[in-house]
Design a protein around this ligand. Structure first.
Ligand SMILES: [Mg+2]
Length: 371
């Protein structure tokens, strides 16, 4: 069965795992459509205008297609909003406070980058690195195979798991130094990597730069690689975008010799990220002029948070925020996880969606008009 024949099949709008008609719309449409969808007059299918029916048809065939086709070929993108009223309230509060009060905190892997690329899983920033001595790539993969299941084990207590994650990161960093990494190898690895930003990321950064809104990218990966990915894939730098991640130290010949500061791993990137970000905040003076210091940035008490794991919500823990809108990209295990994601995040994007919905959201948050 093809996509075309799938959409002609009889459909039932309530037959899926979706919470309710009122809370769903599509990222290809305006977020404000969600409000439209949630009004009673739209509760019957025959009231939908033609284009919405088409969208519903596309959505309805989504599950069939996910089983039929390679994931990378999926094109429909959906957004689930559990509580549109609460989201609207937060949007108004943030808009009224203005862009000077706003900051964006984003996870990197599978949040800013795509989960699927041409039908296969995209690389993580850590995973793409190819060392001088390829035996060390194998050794790091072996560590991954051992520790990654432990990361997701539901039976290991958090203290023990934290120790295991520290162990994993430190061993990995050790192998990077031992097996050799040069800055040139990073450039080559990024050029060869299966990694791509979601569509709309560059426009999001450009828009936020224009509005003077800082973007902090938190990652348990490697800052130097993330910066190189930004350079190679976005072809420009953004003065408002700062990376909070593990940073390498190179010698005069461009060889990795050590790492700076405390290791940021998957379980502490959140709790420590903002403190680690303090010196980063200090560098943000070029956004609002040289007078914006750390304390001034901390006055940015409205947050737009982007993540792909529920744990990413903790990226704003170090901040005493007034309003936070959280956007979650649910990339995998949709059946199992949608319920917890839609409760945890204000907005959930399914199906490896583009960033266009977030671009629109950001422009609504920064608009000074009366919309
Ligand atoms: Mg991620």
């Amino acid at each position: 069965m093809t996509y075309e024949s799938a959409i002609e099949e009889p459909y039932n709008l309530h037959s899926f795992y979706m919470p309710s008609l009122a809370t769903i719309c599509f990222s290809t449409l305006s977020l404000s459509l969600c409000n439209e969808l949630s009004t009673p007059k739209h509760h019957h299918r025959h009231h939908y205008p033609n284009y919405l029916q088409k969208v519903w048809l596309r959505y309805n065939s989504y599950r069939a297609r996910i089983e039929m086709e390679k994931p990378g070929s999926l094109t429909a993108s959906e957004v689930v909003i559990d509580d549109p009223k609460s989201l609207d309230k937060k949007k108004s509060a943030i808009r009224n406070a203005g862009p000077a009060k706003l900051q964006v905190i984003a996870d990197f892997d599978a949040t800013l980058t795509r989960y699927w690329i041409n039908g296969s899983r995209g690389n993580s920033n850590h995973g793409l690195l190819q060392q001088e001595n390829p035996e060390y790539d194998v050794k790091r993969q072996e560590l991954f195979d051992y520790y990654h299941p432990l990361e997701f084990s539901p039976t290991i207590p958090i203290e023990e798991k934290t120790k295991l994650m520290e162990e994993w990161w430190e061993k990995t960093h050790g192998l990077l130094i031992e097996g050799g990494v040069t800055y040139d190898a990073i450039k080559k690895s990024v050029a060869n990597a299966n990694i791509a930003f979601r569509e709309g990321v560059v426009e999001l950064f450009e828009f936020l730069e224009e509005k003077g809104v800082p973007v902090l990218i938190f990652s348990a990966g490697l800052a130097d690689i993330i910066e190189e990915v930004l350079r190679q894939k976005l072809h420009r730098s953004f003065k408002n975008v700062k990376i909070v991640s593990n940073r390498m130290v190179f010698d005069d010949e461009g060889r990795l010799v050590s790492f700076k500061g405390k290791t940021i791993h998957v379980l502490n990137k959140n709790e420590h990220a903002l403190n680690m970000a303090e010196p980063v905040h200090d560098q943000l003076g070029d956004i609002d002029g040289p007078t914006e210091d750390n304390a001034a940035v901390k006055k940015r008490t409205n947050v737009l948070l982007l993540g792909d794991h529920i744990g990413d919500l903790r990226m704003s823990d170090g901040l005493n925020y007034e309003n936070r809108i959280s956007v979650g990209f649910l990339n995998d295990n949709i059946d199992k996880s949608l319920d917890s994601y839609r409760k945890a995040f204000d907005v959930v994007y399914l199906n490896d969606a583009s960033m266009w919905g977030v671009v629109e959201l950001a422009s609504q948050l920064c608009s000074s008009g009366d919309d």
